[in-house]
Each structure stands twice: as structure tokens, then as C-alpha cells.
Design a protein around this ligand. Sequence first.
Ligand code: 13P
Length: 244
Amino acid sequence: MAGNWKMYKTAPETRAFFEKFAPLVERSEHCEVVICPTYPSLEVAAEATEGTRVEIGAQNMYWAKEGAFTGEVSGPMLTAVGVKWVLVGHSERRQYFGETNETVLQRTLAALEYGLKPIVCVGERLEERESGNTEAVLVAQFREGIARLGSEQFAKIVIAYEPVWAIGTGRTATPEIAADAHRALRAQVLADYGKEAAAAVRILYGGSVKPDNVKTLMAQPEIDGVLVGGASLDPIGFASIVNF
Ligand code: 13P
């Protein structure tokens, strides 16, 4: 159960969140709990969650170890402040910051190399769904951005299906629509990595997940967890999602 804070919360706000949130998920042993704050709050978040069940993720990273790449942050810089996870290829990065399937692959490879657990995001835009291209888009994102990982590398990633039209719109995919997409992705995993990998891979759903719809989404056997934006900013609300 993962929260993506996007560009919200200062470091003091981050500290205040965890004071309330950490005790509420202390006994949530049914799942892993991950929160992805902004870069300037990562260290505070990692300190505030030390010794708790919550792990911290970054929202992006660059693939080089270090160098003249103004404005970028590397894997070793993230692990040095206690970060364990990293989001890769979120649709907002694809839409506003020129992320492509090729750069998604590079970031994923670098994340694995530096010991971070990548949550690789895929999902179709509204016009792609309306023109009947959802599956083709997902397959292309998978084949170009993920399927070039070796089997051992693939076993370490989590996939997040986030239909772009459901993000921040209040328009959640129905559990059936989400399950269909998850099935299509799992079929790709089966084709490229075999039966065991297809059974083991965790595919999260993201897009307007709220405390009141998490249960029906999680009731779909295809959906292994959720990646939550807006509703992860409130400690009580996100704890109720984690503890659905
Ligand atoms: P919302 O939950 O705000 O729709 O955002 C989803 C998302 O993009 C999580 O990465």
C-alpha cells in the first residue's frame, strides 16, 4: 500500500504526518507500507519512520551515479538518507517532464543497481482508452520499459497500473476495468518471464483510490495493492486505506 505525495508537504508537515500515521499502521502486518514524499522531506521521513513498518520512497531518480546533471538526484544519494523505494515512470513525469519508455527502463535498471525497489508505473491516457488502444499502450509500455530486465531484476520490481484519466479526477476505474488491465499486464509477464513470475509479481492500482473504494478494488484478486495520491496526504485517511 503506497502513497505518492507528489508536490505536497514541507519537511515540518512531513514530520507531523508521521507522528500521527506511524502508530495507526503499527500492526498492519498484512502488507508493506510505503510513502513517497518530495526530495527535501525524504531524510525527515526516513528518520521519522525508523523502527516502524513504514518505508520511504522517492518519486523519481536519475540513472547516473553522480555528475554534471543539474537538478537531478541519484540512487546512492537516496539510499544514503534511508530511502528504500522509488517511483519510476509516473504518468505526470511522462506527461510534463519528457519521460519515455526508454528512460523508464534506464531509471529502473539504475534503481536496481543501487539497491532501491522500483515501482514502475504504466497506464493509458483517456484518448487511448476511448480509441480502444488501452491494451496496446500497456503492452508497449511493458515491452519497451520493463521487459528488457533480466528475470532476477524483474523479480524485484513492483508494477503500478495508473490509468491517466483516473488520476486526481475522482473518476476511479471500476474494479472490473482495473482488473482487466492487470490481467493484460500479467499476461505479458507470463509471456516474457513465465508462470512463477506472473504469479509472484505485485501489480498495484492507482487513480482516485479513497478510503471508501479501496475495499472493492482490493476485492479483485488481480489487484495486489494500491498507489494513492491525494488520499495519502491525510494520516487518518491513508491509515484507513492501509487497513482496509
Ligand atoms: P490520485 O489518488 O490523487 O488520483 O493520484 C493517483 C496517483 O497518481 C498516484 O501515483
